[in-house]
Structure formats: structure tokens, C-alpha cells
Write a new protein. Structure first.
Length: 73
């Protein structure tokens, strides 16, 4: 849902409050997980305050060869 909202917004930053209104209980944690998955997330600030986040370019996750995550090992 967060990824769709960011893609739909284009260059417009999406606030955490807007993501909460869309039913995302903890949007900051979801943003962090998207970053871990390789998505570039830009944080947009004005006068030192966070306005929102948007997808950086490219809008697809970066994949680093040999840097896969291992679970349960």
C-alpha cells in the first residue's frame, strides 16, 4: 500500500499522516523496510521539518549482487 501511494504521488512528497489515513499503522517502519528491500526513499524537508517521503529514482529496488538477506541461519 505504501509503495503504491508513493508511486501514485510521483514527485509529490507523501506525509506520514497521509499514510496513516490510508490505513498504514506505522508508516516510518514500512518506509524503513522498503529501504532495506532496496528502494531509494527521499525525505523532503522544509525549514527543518519533514514534509513527507517520495520514491527516489529509479522507482525499482536496487539489487546488490552477493548481498542477499539470509533468514534462519
Amino acid at each position: 500500500m505504501v509503495l503504491r501511494a508513493l508511486r501514485d504521488a510521483g514527485d509529490r512528497p507523501v506525509s506520514l499522516a497521509e499514510l496513516r489515513e490510508r490505513g498504514i499503522a506505522n508508516p516510518a517502519a514500512v518506509i524503513y523496510e522498503l529501504e532495506l528491500a532496496g528502494y531509494e526513499i527521499d525525505r523532503v524537508h522544509r525549514h527543518g521539518r519533514l514534509l513527507g517521503v517520495r520514491l527516489g529514482s529509479p522507482a525499482e529496488p536496487r539489487h546488490e549482487p552477493g548481498r542477499g538477506r539470509r533468514f534462519g541461519r
